[in-house]
Ligand binder design. Sequence first.
Ligand SMILES: [Zn+2]
Length: 146
Amino acid sequence: MTSGLGEAVRALRYAWAAPCSLVGLLLAATALAFGATAKGIEGALEVAGGRIPLLVSRLPKGLRFSAITFGHVILGVSHAILDFHRGHEHVHVRQYERWGILFFPLYCGSSLVQLLRGRDFYLDNRFEREARAKATPTPAGPPLSG
Ligand SMILES: [Zn+2]
């Protein structure tokens, strides 16, 4: 692949995931306004800290997360958590690049199917299973949700 073609493919991946990244950017902008900080790492924007942990703690128990990805934007309760779970979250970035805006309904649909089968909507979600299987192994650390 020539570098020009490679750059074009990369641009298409960002464009295809852009509607989802826009959701992430809106949440990131809000988080930044409440003290979070941002880093650009491996082609994604990582935003963490500030009031994110407080806001996450106020979500219903099943929706609380330590890290969550929207397109090329990853939100986390802390940058240390993001360091630890980067491999997992970047598998989600690749999933957004593959599915684009379809990722949202497909992810929710997978969770719904698992619930209807009496399984865990998060742990048994096909996208979460793929992220756990493909993520770069890391030493033992805090449990991940999101
Ligand atoms: Zn995940």
